[in-house]
Ligand binder design. Structure first.
Ligand code: MG
Length: 272
């Protein structure tokens, strides 16, 4: 193009564009060619107002906003203090059930630091009440790697250790794909998890082998499409705050015709 401009003594962009139009086949886009169309009729994506500073988007279900434990069951022995909920006796479960979802949860390992390994700042986020992503004080605290913070317990360590020191706030942002089961109870598709710890990827579409117990290998057992989220009591006063979840689903649409190409005159042809 620069050679052309030089030979013609600096023609303007409009005249240059006209020449390009003359050189390409009639009906094609002068630069891109024919347009590809998918043949899908997509529904308009819903408008969601994003939150600020990790706050809930407009369509989120808020599970804890710093005030009370009303979204949780079995929480009478947990307490709220200074905008955080503090782990007490007993596991707690959300009153609502969730399947595929985006979960945001902030947590802080306790001070003063006491004990070692699995005894230091242990809790856990159990997706569907079954599948644990570990909560632990993994700041300068050795334990088995598939049991440290961000691990899928006994299945995989986190890719990296992005832990903040005890007393500071950690953030888990989790994308959860629930497992599916056939009518006969066999596994149709496994669960997948992607997770960020303080903005750092620690699990990338990890395929779960099943549940996450201490005493036996993981396995799948059929369950409902949606189940409560559980937070674990493991004897440590772990704090949580700013917890919200969004049920998620793929963009909605349906195929109305096969994919095709369309030129500038509106003439259509199948994709070769
Ligand atoms: Mg745990």
């Amino acid at each position: 193009m620069s050679n052309f401009v030089t030979r013609t003594g600096g023609c303007g962009p409009v005249r240059l564009a006209t020449l390009v139009l003359l050189l390409v086949p009639a009906g094609s886009h002068p630069v891109l060619g024919d347009e590809y169309l998918s043949g899908m009729a997509w529904e308009e994506p819903a408008v969601v107002r994003p939150g600020r500073d990790g706050g809930p988007p407009s369509d989120a279900v808020v599970l804890f906003d710093g005030k009370d434990l009303s979204a949780w069951e079995n929480a009478s022995r947990w307490r709220v203090q200074d905008g955080a909920m503090i782990c007490g006796k007993g596991n707690i479960r959300t009153k609502q059930s969730f399947g595929d979802c985006q979960l945001h949860i902030e947590w802080s390992a306790p001070l003063p630091v006491t004990r070692q390994g699995q005894g230091r700042g242990n809790s856990g986020v159990f997706l569907m009440g079954i599948y644990e992503i570990q909560v632990l004080d993994s700041y300068d605290n050795q334990t088995y790697f598939d049991g440290q913070a961000g691990a899928i317990y006994k299945q995989t360590p986190p890719q990296v250790n992005a832990m903040r020191p005890p007393g500071e706030w950690n953030v888990f942002d989790i994308l959860w794909t629930a497992p599916r089961f056939q009518e006969d109870g066999s596994l149709k598709s496994p669960a997948f998890i992607t997770a960020l710890h303080n903005g750092v990827v620690i699990l990338n579409h990890f395929q779960l082998q099943g549940d996450t117990p201490f005493v036996r290998p993981p396995r799948y057992a059929p369950h409902a499409e949606r189940l409560p989220i559980m937070l674990q009591h493991h004897g440590s006063p772990v704090r949580f705050r700013n917890i919200w979840v969004r049920p998620i689903q793929p963009a909605a649409g349906q195929r109305v015709r096969p994919p095709f190409l369309r030129n500038a005159r509106g003439e259509e042809r199948p994709v070769p």
